[in-house]
Design a protein around this ligand. Structure first.
Ligand SMILES: [Zn+2]
Length: 168
């Protein structure tokens, strides 16, 4: 069993394990090797051993490429903002949608498989990006179903009202 340096007392294995991991863990990146975010253009490799290892794995250009990818267009910014807010399902849906932003209008065309999207999460993502825009969501499975149902069953009675002749 390991002994404490100073007191020479045995150190319980669990505590020893904790001391080793505590010594190894980087306070800046928590041993992920990456600090900052692409969204805020602060993405970088950490200066610790974990960061140096990540530099070899991903390549020294990776932070710059990732920042460029996220800032390439409105869609990737919006997807990144959703993931930053941990709205993963909304982010994934947007990644499969057509997203365009012009003037004060953000238009989102949902994919056919999509049964709906949480517009309040999109709203929060645009606030994070400091976009002041109207959000227009179109497409998706449920809207398609709703409009077909409306065509099949237009407003008004589906059969003629019961006349006096029928009652008699
Ligand atoms: Zn680090």
């Amino acid at each position: 069993m390991a002994k404490h340096n100073r007191t020479n007392e045995p150190i319980p294995p669990n505590e020893l394990q904790r001391k080793i991991s505590g010594w190894k863990c980087c306070p800046d990146c928590r041993d992920k090797g990456i600090i900052g975010t692409a969204l805020e253009q602060t993405l970088a490799f950490c200066n610790c051993p974990a960061g140096i290892e990540k530099t070899y794995v991903k390549g020294a250009d990776w932070p710059a490429q990732e920042i460029a990818r996220v800032h390439a267009d409105a869609k990737s910014l919006l997807v990144a903002a959703c993931h930053a807010l941990r709205f993963s399902s909304t982010g994934d849906t947007l990644a499969d949608s057509n997203v365009s932003k012009s003037g004060g209008m953000l238009q989102i065309q949902l994919p056919d498989w999509c049964s709906g999207i949480d517009e309040s999460e999109i709203q929060k993502a645009t606030e994070l990006l400091q976009w002041e825009c109207q959000i227009a969501v179109a497409g998706g499975w449920s809207k398609h179903q709703r409009s077909s149902a409306a065509e099949r069953n237009p407003a008004g009675p589906s059969r003629p009202p019961i006349g006096e002749a029928d009652v008699a």
